[in-house]
Design a protein around this ligand. Structure first.
Ligand SMILES: [Zn+2]
Length: 362
């Protein structure tokens, strides 16, 4: 027997059943073809009174999964409980919820906060924070799903199984009706930080997606810098030739970079991009009224100038480091011609002097 609550006058008796712990909750999600929907019910086992809800699952297409749909089912249960609590005060009430996806169930009841990299981080966090803030106790149980696929004798099934089958059907019906609805991801109330990419809110901190968005965009507009890849941007800014780009051993540089401590990595990125406290930036940020190098007095001190500065102090520092580099190259038995060539080119670059021929055995 089921009776949907349609009249507000029935609410007090439903809430009374909740307080007597006679109400159970069941949800189910469906995530076919990357379009997700979910259904949930709070059902009184004594009177058959119930509150039911169905919804589409908000999320970017790459985030849609049955796992996400199942989580949204749980979220609906918690939201309904929360709304009822605001209205009627359910302090001390116990609600047991059941679903057929044990991974989703275990994830939300985990005492630990999920990693920001975990898929569906946004919804998991929202549910966990709602659990923690409500004075209602939530228990959970796993329900063996899709039992009606092998056995259609409903008399042999318990209430949990029957409600799970009903929610499965409801989620499917809702999906069919609303499959063309807009399901863009939305910020959730308990999210402290959200990461957006191309006007889409990410469901978790997707490092690979962010990385490829920065370094390998498949499209670009010649005048819109925001659509350029990172490489394209730097090639234009530093007027690098295509050949120069292919000659850079990115993999080895990346490996060396990651060996630096975090602080030094941050410093190096700022230095290489010119965005640190050199006089050019000080002037631009209005910390100074000039941009002169404090050592040689040249205007427009950049990070590159720091290395190329011809002041005595800077030259001494340069020579010390060149000697260290030379010793290191010798220690690792670098070919003498290669060693000489590296040091010669570095010196020519520092002094902005013309490149001379490289002596080689050939
Ligand atoms: Zn200088």
């Amino acid at each position: 027997m089921t009776r949907h609550i349609i009249a507000t006058t029935e609410m007090p008796s439903f809430v009374e059943s909740l307080r007597k712990n006679n109400v159970i909750a069941v949800s189910d999600g469906s995530g076919k073809d990357r379009i997700g929907s979910a259904a949930a019910v709070l059902h009184c086992t004594h009177t058959g009174q119930r509150i039911k809800a169905t919804t589409m699952v908000q999320g970017n297409i790459q985030d849609q999964s049955s796992h996400r749909s199942e989580l949204v089912g749980i979220l609906m249960i918690v939201k309904i409980a929360s709304m009822l609590h605001t209205e009627f005060d359910l302090t001390g009430t116990l609600i047991t919820f059941g679903l057929d996806n044990d991974e989703a169930r275990k994830t939300v009841i985990d005492e630990y906060h999920p990693s920001v990299k975990k898929p569906d981080y946004d919804i998991i966090c929202d549910i966990q924070k709602r659990f923690a803030s409500l004075p209602i106790k939530f228990n959970s149980r796993w329900i063996e799903g899709h039992q009606d696929k092998t056995n259609t004798d409903y008399d042999t099934m318990d209430i949990w199984t029957l409600l799970n089958i009903e929610m499965d059907i409801d989620a499917g019906v809702h999906r069919e009706t609303h499959k063309h609805d807009n399901t863009n991801n939305i910020p959730l109330p308990n999210e402290r930080t959200t990461v957006w990419l191309d006007n889409k809110k990410l469901a978790h901190f997707d490092k690979h997606e962010l990385y490829s968005a920065v370094h390998g965009r498949a499209y670009s507009h010649p005048t819109d810098k925001r659509s350029w890849s990172c490489l394209q941007f730097w090639q234009i800014r530093e007027t690098l030739s295509d050949q120069a780009l292919t000659n850079i051993h990115w993999h080895v540089l990346g490996k060396a970079f990651r060996k630096y401590p975090n602080g030094k990595q941050r410093w190096l990125v700022k230095h290489e991009t010119g965005q640190c406290g050199v006089e050019r930036m000080h002037l631009r940020r209005k910390y100074r009224d000039h941009s002169q190098c404090p050592r040689c007095g040249q205007t427009d001190e950049t990070t590159q100038h720091i290395i190329q500065c011809q002041a005595t102090l800077a030259t001494t520092e340069w020579n010390i480091h060149i000697t260290l580099l030379s010793n290191w190259l010798t220690k690792y038995r670098t070919n003498t011609f290669l060693l000489t060539a590296i040091l010669q080119r570095l010196q020519e670059w520092r002094n902005s002097s013309p490149k001379k021929g490289i002596s080689s055995p050939r």
